[in-house]
Design a protein around this ligand. Sequence first.
Ligand code: RB5
Length: 143
Amino acid sequence: MKIVLASDHGGYQLKESVKAALAAQGHEIADLGTDSEASVDYPIYGKAAAEYVASGKAERGIVFCGTGIGISIAANKVHGIRCAVAMDDECVRLASAHNHANMLAIGGRFVDVEDALRYIDIWLATPWDGGRHDNRTAMLDDM
Ligand code: RB5
């Protein structure tokens, strides 16, 4: 699967670890930065990754900042993006099953690599339930 990654400085180290693991699993990765722990502004990176997904250049996007919150807010400003903050296995499963999340946001200062990779596995493996959720995600996409 083609997956785009982006982070600010707070998520940089986790992004690098996740990038290596996903590439080893055979995913095609686009990395939009940042490229170091020097301070940058997370809205720039969240927007860039979200536009990459919204335009169809990647099927999914994963973004990282210190908490996952700021960069998820940025990503969700882009039309067609449904970005969920990953904090728990069941919430990640429901983000796919109910919210049809096409992006995941992870906090590099709160989530270790092992948990991050498990969240991503669950997110990618869980199909969308559709059905009663179809109208709700359509309402999100109309906003
Ligand atoms: C940067 O210090 C930090 O505010 C950012 O990574 C993120 O946590 C914002 O939501």
